[in-house]
Design a protein around this ligand. Structure first.
Ligand SMILES: C[S@@+](CC[C@H](N)C(=O)[O-])C[C@H]1O[C@@H](n2cnc3c(N)ncnc32)[C@H](O)[C@@H]1O
Length: 247
């Protein structure tokens, strides 16, 4: 069953992309909005519960603020918290993030298992970025938070990487903007390339479910069809949105 969770302020809650750490609202409001979204994901059977360690999340946020070079990002504070929480709650042993730019989106996911926000032990956390200079910057950023190398960046085409990856993928995060022809339509190609290594219960998070919905049409049709995917929720609490689905 596909469902939408939308806040009244989703069209006006927006950030200055060049100022990623600016607070946009009181932290109590941010926490309450994300809690509401998590409750819908739980009610739809995507998450087993809604509990995550808020203090660890804030430690993660602070480490990113101190260590990461972020030229710009569209990841709002609400989205950063939601991504961290989804990973902290589902605890994916294997996580792939496709199209990670400077690594901010990747670490919002992987930060639940590495660095000061770590709350579980993962096995392999991979961020894929096709532009070599961005992959190098992302790797530098991630290494400042995770000296162990458990969370790593690979410079590759995410479709190619997902096809060749041999391990189970418990959480797939999609954010690659593809080439001129496909644009964000590449999400569907990446999902299909990864699909047979995603066990039942695997979670897929697709950024830009709102502002790129037209290019994501085929992807969204697929994940909102119960013949393929057990449940899917469009979380709309900022102008980008996140489609969260469970296989
Ligand atoms: C728009 S950025 C994502 C930024 C992110 N939403 C944020 O706000 O921080 C998308 C990234 O996907 C990368 N990309 C595009 N096609 C890709 C592909 N086929 N495989 C891996 N990465 C790709 C681009 O180089 C770019 O860095």
């Amino acid at each position: 069953m596909a469902r939408t969770f939308q806040t009244d302020d989703s069209g006006t809650y927006r950030m200055d992309y060049a100022n990623p750490h600016a607070a946009l609202e009181p932290i109590e409001k941010e926490t309450a909005v994300v809690d509401e979204a998590l409750a819908v994901l739980r009610d739809e059977g995507i998450l087993p519960h809604t509990d995550y360690d808020h203090a660890r999340f804030l430690a993660h946020r602070e480490a990113v603020r101190e260590a990461f070079e972020i030229p710009w990002t569209a990841i709002t504070p609400r989205m950063q918290r939601l991504l961290y929480a989804v990973n902290a709650i589902t605890r994916p042993a294997g996580m792939i993030a496709a199209g990670v730019f400077c690594g901010n989106t990747f670490i919002s996911n992987a930060g639940a298992a590495v660095g000061p926000g770590a709350c579980y032990e993962a096995e392999d956390l991979v961020g894929i970025e096709i532009v070599p200079a961005e992959a190098e910057r992302a790797e530098r950023n991630v290494r400042r938070i995770d000296p162990t190398g458990l969370a790593r960046i690979v410079c590759d085409d995410a479709v190619h990487f997902a096809e060749a990856y041999e391990r189970p993928i418990h959480l797939l995060y999609l954010d690659a903007d593809g080439d001129a022809e496909r644009g964000k339509g590449i999400y569907f190609d990446i999902l299909r390339a990864a699909w047979d290594r995603m066990p039942p219960g695997a979670v897929v998070c697709a950024h830009n479910s709102v502002n790129c919905a037209a290019r994501l049409r085929h992807y969204l049709d697929f994940v909102r069809d119960p013949a393929h995917v057990r449940a899917s929720v469009n979380v709309i609490f900022d102008i980008e949105g996140l489609e969260v689905s469970v296989k």
